[in-house]
Design a protein around this ligand. Structure first.
Ligand code: 5GP
Length: 207
C-alpha cells in the first residue's frame, strides 16, 4: 500500500530557531516538503520572495482568503500569515509529508480540518535564551521584540494541545529527533485507518 503523506505542523515562539531547524530537516531528508506561507509582513534583510515567504499586500491576502486559496490563516503581531492550499494538496497526493511552520491559532485550525496532522512544538532551552536570540537577530525593533515576547507568553498557554515538544538545543540532534518522531507518527492507528479497516474485513471473511 502506498504510504500517505501527513501534515506536520511545527510551532514555537518567535526566536525558538524553528526556521533553521526545518530548513535543516528538509535538507537532510528528501521525504519532506516545506510549505511556503503567504504574509503581509515586510521582508527582513536577507529574505527573498518565494523562499522564506510570498510577500503580499493586505488586499492580495484578503483576495486569496475569499478565493479559498489558503488552508488556514491567522493574524500575528499586526500581520496576516497563511498557508497556500495548492502546494500542500499536491504534495500530500504525491505521498510526501508536508511541513507547515505556523503559529498556534493556525495549528489548531489545521488539526480540526486534518485530524491526522502531527503537531510539534519547538522550545528554546529557556526563556532568557529566547530573548537573547530575538535581540541577537538584530532585525527587529525593541517594540516588535517585546510584542513577540508577549505573544510567546500567550502561546505557552497552549502547549499541551500539541502532540510533541522538541527542545531546540543542538541543531543536528534536534533534526534527528524531529525525523524519528515524524516516522513514528506514521505508525499510529490514527494514521492507518485504511490498513486497519482492510485487515478487519479480511478477518471477517475468514471466520
Ligand atoms: P515571522 O514573522 O517570525 O516569520 O513569523 C511569525 C509567526 O508566524 C511565527 O510563529 C510563524 O510560525 C507564523 N507563521 C508563519 N507562516 C504562517 C502561516 O502560514 N500561518 C500561520 N497561522 N502562522 C504562520
Amino acid at each position: 500500500m502506498k504510504r500517505k503523506g501527513i501534515l506536520i505542523v511545527v510551532s514555537g515562539f518567535s526566536g525558538a530557531g524553528k526556521g533553521t531547524l526545518m530548513k535543516q530537516l528538509v535538507h537532510t531528508y528528501e521525504d519532506y516538503a516545506l510549505s511556503i506561507s503567504m504574509t503581509t509582513r515586510e521582508p527582513r534583510p536577507g529574505e527573498t520572495e518565494g523562499k522564506e515567504y510570498f510577500f503580499v499586500s493586505r488586499e492580495e491576502f484578503e483576495k486569496t482568503i475569499r478565493e479559498d486559496g489558503l488552508i488556514e490563516y491567522a493574524s500575528y503581531c499586526d500581520n496576516y500569515y497563511g498557508t497556500p492550499r495548492a502546494y500542500v494538496e499536491r504534495q500530500l497526493e504525491k505521498g510526501r509529508d508536508v511541513i507547515l511552520e505556523i503559529e498556534i491559532q493556525g495549528a489548531l485550525k489545521v488539526k480540526e480540518k486534518f485530524p491526522t496532522a502531527l503537531l510539534v512544538f519547538v522550545m528554546p532551552p529557556d526563556a532568557a535564551e529566547l530573548k537573547r536570540r530575538l535581540e541577537g537577530r538584530g532585525t527587529e525593533s525593541p517594540e516588535v521584540i517585546s510584542k513577540r515576547l508577549a505573544r510567546a507568553s500567550e502561546e505557552a498557554e497552549g502547549i499541551e494541545k500539541y502532540d510533541f515538544i522538541v527542545i531546540n538545543d543542538r541543531l543536528e540532534e534536534c533534526v534527528e529527533r524531529m525525523h524519528v518522531l515524524i516516522q513514528a507518527a506514521h505508525d499510529t492507528p490514527l494514521r492507518n485507518k485504511e490498513l486497519i479497516d482492510d485487515i478487519r474485513k479480511e478477518l471477517k471473511t475468514l471466520c
